[in-house]
Design a protein around this ligand. Structure first.
Ligand SMILES: [Zn+2]
Length: 292
């Protein structure tokens, strides 16, 4: 099978990998430097694949992405605004380039080669500093009319009034992300999320209650999503998703309480992501094969 390149532009580093049939053959990581990102990407791609075995490269990036034009419309944390990445990079690497939002890429990676493999209708919730999302329905990635869809982190949690950096209030990202939990931990006298998680594991009631509320919020938006989309599975990824066992019970309760006729239907189940940090590069490499 052909080999493809996947590149993930993260907040602090660029990961690039050669991928064959969902398996990483070779991988490198370089620091992310906004001011010379095109040169760094070109260098990483050339050193990874000097013989040009791959004709195409998929690139994942956080933020609002116009996949059709290959433009990073807005990625506040990385400092991009209307940045024509594809047109700037193409002349330097002589390969086809496809550009996708990082959470959608990770969702596609999990669907093709990870936790979503045996399903046709799944959502990914990437619970990290923020909350990213991906939707796969009828085995197709859903990006919407302009590639801006599947912003699952900005679904509203019933009863929540926390302000979100996006300008709305009560978004699940403002309630249940790593950043939100860091703030809640500090408000409650913990040093941060690590100490909060340790306390919850030791059975400290206040810490357990905070994770329970986090889980309920994620469960609530999952239930509402399932009411609309009738999903089979919700895959939990992202760095902070590794705390899932601390909020799983809350998530199941939130799901039950927000889904229509829970006792008379098959409700989606939660499962952990399997590909870890590699989901994004594996997913975009798959795009580069031309599967989407
Ligand atoms: Zn928001």
């Amino acid at each position: 099978m052909a080999i493809a390149l996947g590149v993930d532009i993260g907040g602090t580093k660029i990961s690039a990998a050669m991928v064959r049939n969902g398996q990483i053959v070779k991988k490198i990581e370089e620091p992310f430097r906004r001011e010379q990102v095109i040169e760094d990407l070109a260098k990483a791609i050339k050193s990874l694949d000097p013989q040009q075995e791959s004709e195409s490269v998929g690139i994942a990036c956080a933020g609002l992405i116009d996949s059709e034009r290959g433009v990073i419309t807005f990625a506040g944390n990385l400092g991009f605004e209307n940045f024509p990445l594809r047109d700037l990079l193409a002349p330097q690497i002589n390969r086809e380039i496809s550009l996708t939002n990082d959470a959608s890429a990770a969702g596609w990676g999990e669907f093709r080669h990870g936790a979503g493999k045996s399903f046709s209708h799944m959502a990914l919730l990437a619970v990290g500093t923020g909350i990213g999302g991906a939707l796969i329905l009828n085995r197709s990635l859903i990006l919407g009319a302009h590639g801006l869809g599947a912003e699952l982190g900005h679904l509203n949690v019933p009863g929540a009034s926390e302000r979100c950096p996006c300008g709305l209030t009560g978004c699940v990202e403002a309630v249940a992300s790593g950043r939100a939990m860091e703030a809640r931990a500090k408000e409650s006298g913990f040093a941060g999320t690590q100490e909060l998680a340790d306390a919850a594991r030791a059975g400290q009631p206040e810490a357990s209650a905070l994770f329970d509320q986090m889980g309920w919020a994620i469960g609530a938006i999952s239930g509402r999503l399932a009411n609309v989309l009738d999903l089979e599975v919700i895959v939990i990824g992202g760095g902070f998703g590794s705390t899932f066992e601390l909020w799983e019970r809350g998530a199941l309760r939130g799901l039950q309480e927000n889904i229509v006729v829970p006792d008379l239907r098959t409700i989606p189940h939660f499962t952990r992501a399997r590909l870890g940090n590699d989901a994004g590069v594996i997913g975009v490499a798959d795009f580069a094969y031309g599967r989407v």
